[in-house]
Each structure stands twice: as C-alpha cells, then as structure tokens.
Design a protein around this ligand. Sequence first.
Ligand SMILES: Cc1ncc(COP(=O)(O)O)c(C=O)c1O
Length: 475
Amino acid sequence: MRFITSFEIVRQALKDFTNEIDLPSNKVINQIPLDQLIQKLDLSSCIKKGGLEGQGLKDFLSTFLSYQTRLHHSGYLGHQCAAPHYAAALGGFVNNFTNNVPSIYEMGPSSVALEVFLVNWMLEKVGWKPTPLTALSRMAEETFGGGVLVNGGSIANLTALIMARTLAAQEVWQEGNPDGLSILLPSESHYSLTKAAGILGIGKKAIHFVDVDGRGAVIPDSLPSIFKKIQEMGHLPIALVANACNTPVGIYDPLDEIADFCQEQKLWLHIDGAHGASALLSKTHQHKLKGVERADSLVWDAHKLLQVPSLCAALLVKNHKHLDQAMPVGDNASYLFHDKEQPGLDTLHRTIETTKPGLGERLFFVLGSIGQDGMADFIDRQYQLALDAYHYLQSLADFECPVEPESNILCFQYTGAVFDSLFLRKKLLDAGEFYLTTTLFKGTRYLRLVFMSPNTELKHIEHLVSSIREIAAKI
Ligand SMILES: Cc1ncc(COP(=O)(O)O)c(C=O)c1O
C-alpha cells in the first residue's frame, strides 16, 4: 500500500515534469552551487528521520525536479543523451524492481531473452548473422555474429579493443603486453578510445592518428603511408577505428574504403557507431554506414538516438568467437563458471562487468511501444532538423557552420561580434532557455547543437538566434 501511494506521487511529479516542460517558468537548466542545493534538498534531515513519503515525498520531488536538467525541453541541445521515451523508462523501472541480472541465464531468463533478441535484431540491421537460439547450434563450428549489452559506449569501446588485443597477441592474458602494441585512430575520435588504449597499456606514443579531411572524415588514401610508418617503427597494430559518426561534428567516415584497407592488411576494423549507428534503422540515412558489415566489431548506443535512458550500449561482433574468447576467465570464479544444464545463454564472459542490470528492458519497451518504423521516423526527424537548422544558419550573414551535418549534430559560430563561444554558452545557460555545448574543431571552438529532444523545432533555433543577437547587442 505504501508503495502504491508513493508510486502515485512519483508518477504525478514526473507527469508534471514532462508535461509542463516548456512553461516559461521551467528552465532547461537551473544550476545553483552544490552546497546550497544539498541544503535545499534537506538531505541530511531526510536520512536522519527517514519516512520520505506523503507530503514529504511530494515536497522533496518538487525541489529535486526543479533543479534537474530537462532533456525533453525544446531548448535541450546539449550532450548526446536521449530524452527518454516514457516506455523505455518503464522498462528500466520493471528491471529495477525485479533486479534480474542477465549476465547469467538463471538470474533473469526473461531479461536474457530480451537482450539476446535485441542483439540479434541489431546484428541483422548491420548485416551480420544472428546468434542461433538453440544450444546445439551455438556449439556448432559455423561462424555467426554475437554481442552483448553493456553500460555505455566507453565500456563497449574498451571491450572491443580488449578483443582486438587478445586476437593480435594471444599470449597477453598470461604474459602481459608484448612490446609495440599500437592502434590507429582518426583524430576526431571520442576520448573513450584514447582512454581505452591507456587502460590497455598502449601508451600515447603508440596511438597513431589517422589523417582526416576538412569535414573531419578519415582520408582512406592516407592509410597506407601511416601503416608503413607503423611497421617501420616495429609496432604491432591491433586495430583501426573508424567513426560512424564522430563526436564533435557528427560526420561519418567512409567505412567501405577503410574496410578495403583493413581487409588488405588483415587489420581488425572497429567502428565506433555509439552515436550514429542508429541511422541503420533509417532508409534515408543508412547509406552513411555503407560497408559497416565489413567491420569486425561495432559499438551502438541505444541511450543516444534510440530514446533509451542511460545506459544501454551494444557491442556487436561479426564472429561471436572473438567476443567469447576475448577475456579468458581465471579459475577463481568457480561459483559462476561451471558445467550446468543450460536452457539459455550466459553472457558474463563477454563483459567487463559481472553484475549488470537488464539493459534490454529499456530498449525493448520503447521499441515495443513505437515499433522499429516509429524509431526510424524519430531518427529521420532529428537528422532533418539538424539539416534545416544548418540551412537556416547559413542563410544568415552573422552565423556560420563549419560543416554541413550528416547526423543530428550541428556546430556553428556567431560572427556578428568578436567573442568566444564559451562566453556565449555561459550567457545562454545562465538565462536557462537553452542548453548547448561547445567543441573544438580544427582549432576553433564552436557552439554545438545536438538535436535530442522530440520537442525541438526550427522555430526554437530561430529563437536561439535572436537570443544570441540580444546578448551581442548588450555587450
Ligand atoms: C562516438 C562516441 N563514442 C563513444 C562515446 C561514449 O559513450 P558513453 O557516453 O555511452 O560511454 C560517445 C559519447 O558521446 C560518442 O559520441
């Protein structure tokens, strides 16, 4: 009964939070100093007294939500986090409540069913063979795809590079890294990849940055000379990474041409599609990933463009064996790894994590609600909005964009006055009508819009332009 009453209070608070999102009194972002916020939330007395329910719960939620950044707001143009669909949040709630752990089948058969089904659904979108569902065929020697859902694109990228390293240096789990391990990365790659290289003991000196063009896309013709240099240095490249799309400006690398090179050199091709792999669902935009099926591994985050709350990232591989053999487990986990009658599938050995939540619930509930065509429509809408905003900004004398967008990421600069983008961002965030980021691209810091909210329209970008001009006029 207490649960039902509290649940109703939470339901109502969240309904108000999302329904009234664009009221003028609701800022997209509302930051006060941390110590003041902790005091306002009365956290200390809450945990001393307990009993956070009834009116106390209502009051707490009212303050708590008033300082939360509103990702569904039309002015939310910030980081690449989804404005989650309510159904995805409900899926997460169901898993929180049951706390089933799909790392091993017996700890959550239905959760495993969702994960395996969704991984197969994604494998088919890539053009890879899904994992057969019966134990017998899994043990067959044939090659088929595999994957796992993990807590974020950063962990997924790290796992992919662990896999590539195990393959390039089989002795690594016994002997440690051999000398000269290296990796090829486009210079516009997400920092999780350089971090992963560091974690793997591949120092900065052994990261070879691949040349990119004026739009930030890899120049495939530059690959042979870089590779030759690496070989002359005596380095052992474990993988080449390509972006689909890159983080700063959202541009896709030419995957097919990069795959030609990797095939020739027998080099592992990992595609970081954390942000842009969702375009595989769109008939209009899937051509941007042409050649993706020729890669060895792919990261695809559902918590970016698939309206799923953080986190739900898929690491997919063309050959399941590479993932299954990436991280040999030691003998000291006998409570988990042992012979047993197995009606399902364990994925524990495929992840860095041991216990993990049912991430499939988040993605399945939203797909179950709007269907894959509904999801494709959402992606088309967000990509088209970025393009419309680009044409609009380019038509203005006092704004310019460095690159025509290929995704829902758009960078621009105000040229009507000389002040830097960080200053402009601060002014906009202080006013609380817009939340946007900045990025360095080709040595210049640009304002950066990521169209995540389903409530943003072109008229909001027109309003953003007016706001920027007003700020400029006051200086
Ligand atoms: C291209 C790319 N790769 C990886 C990541 C990291 O993903 P996550 O934040 O889920 O760890 C991001 C995040 O923005 C990204 O844009």
